[in-house]
Design a protein around this ligand. Structure first.
Ligand code: GDP
Ligand code: IMO
Ligand code: MG
Length: 401
């Protein structure tokens, strides 16, 4: 028994949502601890597709509690919209199963406007999702953020808005009125999250922490400045929720069997040829949040080895192996010399792996590809994903908690 954090080891969109949804079966509480609605986590459950940006992926399981921790930046309108959308898909959400930490900073309209206008005027675009994530985290560090708990007290809220208005250009009264309109809807979910989570973990409940983005987008360890504005590594699960790090022993690194990236910035193994196009088409590599095409490339082993080290990954979930099914040759980057990838070539298996649930049913060449990834990343593969659906999965471990 223990707590578990799920993080992306690449540039996001590795398939975290699918794995969190799957592993949530054995969890009691699912916690988002960083990022905001820049995330796009797709869950495919029988005939339903859920696209979640802000709500933890555990929300679709009615018997679980979902938590938004203080490390998240929260757009309150987007939250209410997403709650409504998920409810329209047949999932009931109420304060008994959704909690928000009171010290979670808000994303307000001026953050989004700033994010978008910066991207428009510069010739050095980051390719952000335009959701106001960066400016909201800047305000948190700059001590001028409005926290969700501030909505409880009108005088305090006015005071905090006045402080923000010293820096941002907006109509204080208008924003106060807009917030007054929604505050009761949001405040019903606000709670003492650190106390709740620590009490539950001490009682032996299992907590599953759901990372957003990927390790290469981490503001400290990623491809700076082409990163997001939060720490995305497993260590953030503690800071972003109030559960001490020594109570989170297990780390699953969600890893695509190839590489993708959305937005600007370096990507060593990027392909500009028909193989890249093939990966994009077969893998349906289009961003959930912005609809942008994802850049595709071969598996970058030194990069994943490094992010497994940084996160303390205890097991890799290797995703989208089926996307490689039709390739005659598969390359793995084993080293990088002066920014140029060094590749090893492996023969493709050229047969369908879609929906396989038993390791022994995988073609031998697919097993060899997976073994090679384990060797090169120096990390064990504990789960293999063979399709977008919950049960299109090979579990190589009995328990993940
Ligand atoms: P996340 O941001 O890490 O949660 O990943 P996304 O949901 O943005 O992107 C992963 C996409 O791949 C989603 O559309 C999933 O439904 C899909 N997916 C997940 N696992 C697999 C898999 O093993 N095979 C295939 N073909 N698709 C998968
Ligand atoms: P999930 O959780 C992939 C990227 C953006 C941009 C950079 C900064 O679905 O894996 P931001 O809006 O965060 O300031 O943009 O980070 N980015 C993601 N890329 N998956 C994500 O989330 C991402 N969230 C942000 O494309 O390059
Ligand atoms: Mg995504």
């Amino acid at each position: 028994m223990g707590n578990l954090v799920v993080v992306g080891t690449q540039w996001g969109d590795e398939g975290k949502g699918k794995v969190v949804d799957l592993l949530a079966e054995h969890a009691d509480i699912i916690v988002r601890f960083q990022g905001g609605h820049n995330a796009g986590h797709t869950l495919v459950i029988e005939d339903k597709v859920f696209k979640l940006s802000l709500l933890p992926s555990g929300i679709v399981r009615q018997d679980k509690v979902s938590v938004i921790g203080n490390g998240v930046v929260l757009n309150p309108w987007k939250l209410l919209e997403e709650i409504e959308l998920v409810q329209s898909q047949g999932v009931n959400i109420d304060p008994s199963r959704l909690m928000i930490a009171e010290n979670t900073p808000l994303i307000l309209p001026y953050h989004q406007a700033l994010d978008q206008s910066r991207e428009e005027v510069t010739d050095k675009k980051i390719g952000t999702t335009g959701r106001g994530i960066g400016p909201a985290y800047e305000d948190k560090a700059g001590r001028r953020a409005i926290k969700v708990g501030d909505l409880r007290d009108d005088e305090l809220l006015k005071h905090r808005l006045a402080i923000a208005a010293e820096y941002h250009n907006f109509d204080q009264q208008q924003l106060f009125n807009q917030l007054a309109h929604i505050k009761e809807h949001v405040l019903q979910y606000v709670n003492d999250v650190p106390l709740y989570l620590n009490q539950k973990t001490d009682l032996g409940f299992n907590i599953l922490f759901e990372g957003a983005q990927g390790s290469m987008l981490d503001v400290d360890f990623g491809t700076y400045p082409y990163v997001t504005s939060s720490n995305t590594l497993a260590g953030m699960a503690s800071i972003g929720s109030g559960v001490p790090h020594n109570k989170i022993p297990n780390v699953i690194g969600i890893t695509k069997a190839y590489t993708t990236r959305v937005g600007e910035g370096p990507m060593t193994t990027e392909l500009f040829d028909e193989v890249g196009e093939h990966l994009a088409n077969v893998g349906k590599e289009k961003g959930t949040v912005t609809g942008r095409d994802r850049r595709c490339g071969w598996f970058d082993a030194p990069q994943v080895r490094k992010t497994c080290m940084l996160n303390g990954v205890t097991g890799i979930a290797l995703m989208k192996i089926d996307v490689l099914d039709k390739l005659e040759t598969i390359k793995i980057c084993t080293d990088v010399h002066n920014g140029i990838p060094v590749y090893e070539e492996l023969p493709g298996w050229c047969t369908s792996t879609i929906g396989i649930t038993d390791y022994s049913d995988l073609p031998r060449l697919a097993q060899e590809y997976i073994n090679r990834i384990e060797q090169l990343t120096q990390t064990e593969v504990v789960l293999i994903s063979t399709g977008p659906e919950r049960d299109q999965t090979i579990l190589l471990q009995d328990s993940f908690f």
